[in-house]
Design a protein around this ligand. Sequence first.
Ligand code: SAM
Ligand code: SF4
Length: 330
Amino acid sequence: MTGENRLIDRHGRRHSYLRISITDRCNLRCTYCMPPQGIDWTPREEILTADEIVRLGTIFVGMGITKIRLTGGEPLTRRDFNQLAERLGALPGLKTLAMTTNGISLAKRAAGLRAVGLNGLTISLDTLRRDRFLQIAKRDQFDAVMEGIEAALAAGFAPLKINVVVMRGVNDDEILDFVDWAKDRPINVRFIEYMPFPDNKWSTGGLMPYVEMRAMIARDYELIPLLGEATAVGKDFRLAGHSGTVSFVTSMTESFCGGCNRLRVTADGNIKSCLFHPAEQSLRDAMRAGGTDLDVERLITQAVDGKQAAHPPMEELMTMKNRTMIEIGG
Ligand code: SAM
Ligand code: SF4
C-alpha cells in the first residue's frame, strides 16, 4: 500500500528515507570506522536474510518510505546483493534505491548494478594518495577503488557521490585536491565531519569543522549555494566553471536534526531512529516469532514515536554508549 506517510514523529518530521545495513562485514579496516581490535562479526544466522530485508522494505515503503540506501559494513560483500537490489528496486512506490560502498569491487560490478535497478551510488574515498589510503583503510586497495570510480561513471551513475571523512592532520591537506579532481566530472564530493564512535580515535582536535573546510576552499573558489531539499543533510555548492559539486555534511558542528527524514535498520534487524541514540527495537525477532506485518508496523511506529528532537552535543556523544559505526551501518 502506498500513499499517505505514516512515519511522522512527535516533532512533525516526516520520514521518507530508510538506510538498511545489510552486513557488518567489511574488507577494509578504516581507522575512523572500525576499532583497531576489530569487531566480533555478528553470526550469520543473526543477520537479516534477503527475504526478511525485502519484507521490511515492503512494509516501510507501504508506510511512506520512498528512498532506500543499502549500506553496511561493505554491502558488496553479500553474495546475494544483486538479487536483493533487484527485488527492492521493483517495490512499487520506491523512487530511489541507493548504495554506499567502499568501491573496491565496482570495476567489475558497476554496470551490472545499474542493470538490476540501483539508481544512486556513493563511494567512500578519503585520499587521492595510494600510500595514505593504506594508512587509513589498512588495506592496499587504492587502485581498485579508483578503477571502481571510473567504472561507476562509465555505467552512468551521475552525479556520483564521493564521501570524504575529513580528519585534521590526516587528510585535511587534500581538500583542494579533491575539489580540483572533480572539476570535469559529474561528481559530488561530500566532505564529512569526523564523528565519534567507540574506539575510533576521534578527538575534538581531529575534527575539522565545516566552517574551516569551507574557508579553505573559498580562498581559491567562489562557492555558489545550491538550494537543496529541507531534509538534505549536506550543504551543497557548485563552483564556477566546474562540472563537479561540493557538499559538507556537518553532523558535529551544525546538526540537521530538525529536518531529519531518516530511519535505520541494522544488519541484525533492529530499527534505530537516530544514529546517535542507542535505542533499538528488533524487527527481526518480531518477524521470526511469526509476527504479522501489522505487528512489525507497530514496532516501527513505536520507534518513530520515540525519536528524540535532536542528538546530544558533541562532547556527550564521545562518552555515550552506542554501537560502532560498522555495527550500526553508516
Ligand atoms: N563500507 C561502505 C563505505 O565505506 O562506503 C559503507 C559503510 S560506511 C560505515 C558508510 C559511510 O560512513 C562511509 O562513507 C564512511 O566514510 C562513513 N563513516 C564511517 N565512520 C565515520 C565517522 N567516524 N565519521 C564520519 N563518517 C564516517
Ligand atoms: Fe568498511 Fe566502510 Fe567502515 Fe571503511 S568505512 S571500515 S569500508 S564499513
